[in-house]
Structures are given as C-alpha cells and as structure tokens.
Design a protein around this ligand. Structure first.
Ligand code: NAD
Length: 495
C-alpha cells in the first residue's frame, strides 16, 4: 500500500491513541522513538494521538537525506518543479475533507474554518508553482566599459521549516511550497501540539512524484527536536513562524553560523483603530463592527494577525462598545462559530491573563474568567471583551493569542497612532475610517508590517508578509520568499 493509504488507515483505526511516524527519505519511519508527546483533542480534552519526540540522531538522518537530495533537485527545471507542486496541490484538494476534519480535531478550530485553511494550503502550492515560471532576470550593461553585469540566483540549500499550532497546515505549506519551488530541499517540523495534518501531507509527496529526500517531515518538541534541527551546520537557512521568545532563542543558538539565513515570523499584539468617520450611517456602522469583531475573534483569536487591542474615537466609544458586544454575542457562538482553544497549556495561559484583568479592576463587558479545568474537559473559552484596562497592564502589553479583546478610547488622530504604536510588537494593524486622506496618513505612520484599511486578512501572496519590531525579521511571499530560499551572486563579464 502507498503512504497515503497507510496514513488513512492509521488515522481511521480504532486503536487510539495512534502513533505518528516521521517521513524521511520518502518513507514513514516506524521505529519507536524514545519518547512520545500526547496530542489532545481540544474539544474533549482526550488524548487521541502520540507524537514522536524525535531525537538529535534521527534529525541528523533526516537532514542528511535532504542534503543528499539537494544536488539533483536544485538542478531540476522550473517547469518540472512546477508540475510536481501542482500535483501536490491536486492531491490535497482531492482529500480536502480528510485534511479539514483532522485539522479541526487536532487544533480545536471549527470545521468551516479548517476548510478555509486547507484551501489556502492548496493555494500556497498553486501560487509558488506558477510564480517560478514567471521570474525575470536582472541584467544590465555598464555603459562606460560595456561590461555586462547580471544577477545569478541559485537555490540556497537545505532548510529547516518550523511552524506553530494555530494554522498548522496552512503555515507549514507557506514554507514548504516556496522552499521546494525555488529548488531547495527541507526538513520540516510542525508544532508538537498539532502534527496530524503534517503527517497526512507527508503521505502524499510520493504519490505526487516528489523525489525521495526532497522534503522530510519530523515531529517533536522545540527544545529537543527543533533546536537540533535549526543548529545543524548542514542547514543553510531557517524559515520559522512562532513566538518571539522562540525566535530569539533560534537567533541566539545560530548566532555563530553567520551565513545561515533566518526568516523569523513572530508574535503580535495588533491594534484596530476605529475612527468616528467610520460610523456615519447604519450600513457603515455594521461594516465597521463586523470587521473589528472578525479581526478580534476569528479562529478564537488564535491568528497572529488578530486585532486584540481596539481603540475607538471618544465620540462614538459608547455606541461602538454596545454594537460590538451585540454583534459578538450574536455571531461568535461557542461550538458553532467558535472552536476550542488549542491546548490545556494555552487555556491556562488565557485564564491567567483574565484573572489578572479581574484583579486589576478591568470591566468584563462580555465573557468572564473561565473555570479551572478538570483533567478530561474541553478547552472552551467564550469571547471576552474588556474595557478599563490600564495601558501598562500585561493584559494590554502581552500577546494573549486567544478570544480576548480590550477596548479603549482615543481623542485625536495623533493619540490613536501613539497608542497603536505603544507596543513592542509590530505585526499588523486595522484602520477603520471613511476619510481617504486619513487612510494613507494613518496607515503610513503605523509601526506594523501589514495594515488593513476597512478590511482584515485579505491576502495577495506576492505581497511582503512579516513584522516590524519584535514581530520578526525578514519578509515572505512571492519574490520575498525567493530572497529567503535563494542565494544571489553578481557576475561581471568584461566587454
Ligand atoms: P512557539 O514559538 O512556542 O513554537 C513554534 C514552533 O517552534 C513549534 O514547532 C515549536 O516546537 C518550535 N520550537 C520551540 N522552541 C524551539 C527552539 N528552541 N528551536 C527550534 N524550534 C523551536 O509558538 P507557538 O506557541 O507554537 O505559536 C504561537 C505563536 O506563533 C504566537 O506568538 C503567534 O503570534 C505566532 N505566529 C506568528 C505568525 C506570523 O506569521 N508572524 C503566524 C502564526 C503564529
């Protein structure tokens, strides 16, 4: 049986919890790991899967497999790679429901949201499979001596691709697709919290015709598996998405490996600015409230781009708070449009912040401190809307990454910009206004890698994606991903 049939059989077996297997050199490796990590269904609190905690020696085998595959893969033509990546996209599409069902079980998100993310994973492969067919080469003549100067790019080598638990398949494929498209090989490691769809993905590469060793997927935690992977001298670069503390740890651990390319997509604590001019009539009001609420609570607030600090112009503040709460109450319903948060540790972390808010006298306009959990309960937290939170409070400063939003007032455009920028992070921002001049003047002063005006989460995969300040180093997307996965040399030919 092929790897996909085997993977499906494993997932459908009644022998829960089932054990995932690493995918190395084109095969699932079933030898027993020394340790396994429990993977829990966040909706029930029950363990359904065991994730191997891959040890450094097994990581080495995966890296050597990618290293051995690199010379041949890096010499394939763009047309060949494009066709293979399109085939990967087709196979994910064919098994869309399987991927979505497991993403929802593993991560806690709703099935509807999981489907959106599987579609975006398919789009990642389709985008980069066609992007590589349309690259232009930069070459120029230097007039003075008629020399020809041109840029030559080539694949950079073997990459470590590391992703977090909030959008597991989507974020891993955001790395795998460009990495392979630009001719690199990889060892990828999903989060130990959500590894199942990466396992499913690993099972389709053979069927798609990707040569052995080009993409290897290993499972495990950060300190053991992730750290061994990123520090290997055979790894040319790291594309990492996750928390800022981990980004710092990776930077530290690889500081002596000067040539190692690091692309770090890190945390955020994103502002949403609501100006009174976005509230002129009932249609505009509805649109403004809907956008702010979506940015706050989509995927339980577990999207790095979620707007968790809402600032509202004083003249509409009371009305906005009232409308916002009514809308959230109606639209974000536990179990229907709101899933469970990803893990017990995350539940406890969110609960800790809400207790702190309570102790500091914040007003819970919606929701409350979730109860202390027993051993076998799901991790459900209803949306929380807080007001009267001190700007200096950790509730306002730290990334909570859950269904928790604060609402505060501002009195002028200048103050709105100052409050928005009063954060160590600089990932994303939302500006809600009907004033055309303000759309630009405010957006261009925000310390954020991505600004959405009267919208949120629209993506064009060629635009630079990444953060300022503590939210990251580098950009990914289209030609920015090409910069991550290729090396460039300038060649001068004399006249
Ligand atoms: P995390 O940093 O704890 O873990 C992310 C990944 O890094 C996991 O696979 C983990 O096993 C691995 N890891 C941990 N320690 C490591 C180490 N020392 N060396 C190598 N790998 C290591 O993050 P998380 O809790 O899984 O995810 C939530 C965070 O991700 C939030 O901060 C969120 O904002 C961020 N995020 C950012 C983006 C973005 O595009 N900027 C997107 C999604 C999530």
């Amino acid at each position: 049986r092929d790897t996909l049939d085997k993977a499906k059989a494993l997932l459908q077996s009644q022998n829960t919890p089932f054990r995932l297997e690493n995918f190395v050199n084109g095969a699932h490796i079933s030898e027993s790991a020394v340790e396994y990590i429990d993977s829990v269904d966040p909706k029930t609190g029950l363990v359904f899967c065991k994730v191997p905690c891959t040890q450094p020696e097994d990581i080495d085998a995966a890296i050597h497999s990618a290293k051995a595959a690199f010379p041949a893969w890096s010499k394939t033509t763009r047309a060949e790679r494009s066709a293979l990546l399109r085939r990967v996209a087709e196979l994910i599409k064919k098994h869309r429901e399987l991927f979505a069902a497991w993403e929802s079980i593993d991560q806690g998100k709703t099935l509807e949201r999981a489907r959106v993310e599987v579609d975006r994973a398919i789009a990642n492969f389709l985008y980069f499979s066609t992007f590589i067919l349309h690259q232009k080469t930069a070459a120029r003549m230097i007039d003075e001596d008629a020399a020809l100067t041109y840029e030559h790019r080539s694949p950079a080598g073997v990459f470590a691709l590391i992703s977090p638990w909030n959008m597991p398949l989507y974020l891993l494929t955001w790395k795998i697709a460009p990495c392979l498209a630009f001719g690199c090989t990889a060892v990828a490691k999903p989060s130990e919290v959500t590894s199942v769809t990466a396992f499913l993905l690993s099972s389709i590469f053979n069927k798609a015709g990707i040569p052995k060793g080009v993409i290897n997927i290993v499972f495990g935690d950060g300190p053991t598996t992730g750290a061994a992977l990123v520090t290997s001298p055979l790894i040319s670069g790291v594309s990492f998405t996750g928390g800022t503390a981990t980004g710092i740890a990776i930077r530290r651990a690889t500081a002596h490996q000067i040539g190692k390319h690091l692309s770090l997509e890190l945390g955020g604590k994103n502002p949403t600015l609501v100006f009174a001019d976005a509230y002129r009539d009932s249609i505009e009001q509805e649109c403004t409230v809907r956008t702010a609420a979506m940015a706050a609570f989509q995927n339980q607030g577990e999207i790095c781009l979620c707007g968790s600090r809402i600032y509202v112009e004083n003249t509409i503040y009371d009305q906005f708070v009232c409308d916002f709460i009514a809308h959230v109450n109606e639209t974000f319903v536990i179990g229907r449009t709101v899933g469970a948060v990803a893990s017990r540790a995350h539940y406890d972390k969110i609960r800790g912040y809400l207790r702190l808010a309570e102790q500091q006298g914040a007003v819970f306009k919606l929701g409350g401190v979730p109860k202390e959990l027993g051993a076998r309960e799901g991790y459900w937290i209803a949306p929380v809307v807080l007001t009267d939170v001190l700007p200096s409070s950790r509730v306002m400063k730290d990334e909570i990454f859950g269904p928790v939003v604060t609402i505060s007032r501002f009195y002028s455009e200048g103050e709105a910009i100052r409050l928005a920028n009063d954060s160590e992070y600089g990932l994303a921002a939302v500006v809600l206004t009907s004033d055309g001049a303000r759309m630009r003047s405010v957006s261009e002063q925000l310390e954020a890698g991505m600004v959405w005006v009267n919208s949120w989460l629209q993506r064009e995969l060629g635009t630079p994606f990444g953060g300022m300040k503590a939210s990251g180093t580098g950009r990914e997307g289209g030609e920015y991903s090409r910069d991550v996965f290729t090396v460039v040399r300038t060649v001068h030919l004399p006249a």
